[in-house]
Design a protein around this ligand. Structure first.
Ligand SMILES: [Zn+2]
Length: 327
């Protein structure tokens, strides 16, 4: 089984639950994208369904563990995201409800539903799932992974055992990526962008599109430093119309603004964004107050995109607001 870095305590709690038989039927795992939410969901599922628990629970080697790892276990179900905003629709919830009353067909006697990357989950979907989560069949388990608890209704949260993932240290990330066989130079570049977030580091190495979005983020920061309205708007326009892409770049830009504000107070502070060098230049070009105001604008633009405002329109407004702030 692949070594999981970080979150050791959380993994031990989950394995302990499975071993004692006092298992939580509904789990909510929150944390940054790339911080291992899905790995942890799989780990708990393996611990529940492992066929050789005496070899360490989960053993990582039995048919069950291997199939869960590969995502092909017939009783581990990933409901489809068929909603309009790429979210879980009420139809998906109804399918799960119908399926949850069909007994599993494996030696562990468990059936696990993993709702990965929950975001913008329809209230009707949540309400539909509520009763099932409240009184699940004894073999059924539900795991939700998400960026934040706030994505869910309090009624759902109160029925889940909630955990937060933590990011690894940069050293752990370097070690984990080296173990996965990545080249040293690629690892170094990835960790300088995404620090202890192993999932994002791995995407950075493998996904050219993500590398382009990182470059785009850096060039947006650059345009802000140069107060170049034309370049800023061209950059925002180049973001395209894919909600997830827009979200990713705005999140990265926001982290740079955060870093710039922090660095203005303390040049040796740790940074969390994709370019320390970019953040340093931002911190010299802007006051912490300006950085904070840009942060608010980015948040507003993101909320507009989330609530289905036309994306180019929201981004044009963002460009104008930023230019007004840096004036
Ligand atoms: Zn196993």
């Amino acid at each position: 089984m692949k070594n999981i870095y970080g979150n050791r305590q959380l993994l031990d709690i989950l394995a302990g639950m499975a071993a004692s038989g006092r298992t939580a039927h509904s789990l909510l795992i929150c944390g940054e994208k790339g911080s291992g939410r899905k790995l942890i969901a799989k780990y708990y599922t393996q611990a529940l369904m492992c066929e050789a628990p005496d070899k360490g629970r989960p053993c990582g080697a039995c048919v069950s563990c291997v199939n869960i790892e590969k995502g092909i276990h017939p009783d581990v179900i990933y409901p489809e995201k068929s909603g309009k905003l790429g979210n879980y629709s009420v139809t998906a919830a109804r399918d799960v409800i119908a399926d949850a009353y069909v007994r599993p067909n494996n030696s562990s006697g468990c059936k696990v539903y993993i709702f990965a990357d929950c975001h913008n989950v329809d209230l009707r979907t949540q309400n539909a799932l509520l009763k099932l989560i409240e009184e699940p069949p004894d073999y059924a388990y539900f795991i939700f992974t998400s960026g934040s608890k706030s994505e869910f209704l309090p009624t759902i949260i109160s029925r889940c055992v909630c955990f937060n993932t933590a990011l690894c240290t940069e050293d752990e990330a370097v070690q984990a990526l080296a173990e996965s066989g990545y080249e040293q130079s690629a690892v170094k570049a990835a960790v300088s962008c995404f620090h202890g977030n192993i999932g994002m580091c791995e995407s950075y190495i493998n996904d050219e599109e993500l590398r382009k979005r990182v470059d785009l983020t850096k060039s947006l920061a650059d345009s802000i430093i140069r107060k170049d309205e034309y370049a800023l708007n061209a950059g925002l326009f180049a973001l395209g119309k894919e909600r997830e892409d827009v979200r990713e770049v705005l999140t990265m830009l926001d982290k740079l603004m955060r870093d710039a504000a922090v660095l203005e107070k303390d040049v040796n502070a740790d940074t969390i964004g994709c370019s320390r060098e970019g953040a340093e230049r931002l911190s010299r070009a802007l006051t912490a107050y300006q950085s904070a105001r840009i942060h608010s604008c980015i948040e507003r633009a993101w909320n507009a995109v989330e609530s289905n405002v036309n994306i180019p329109l929201a981004l044009t407004a963002l460009g104008a607001e930023i230019m007004e702030i840096v004036g």
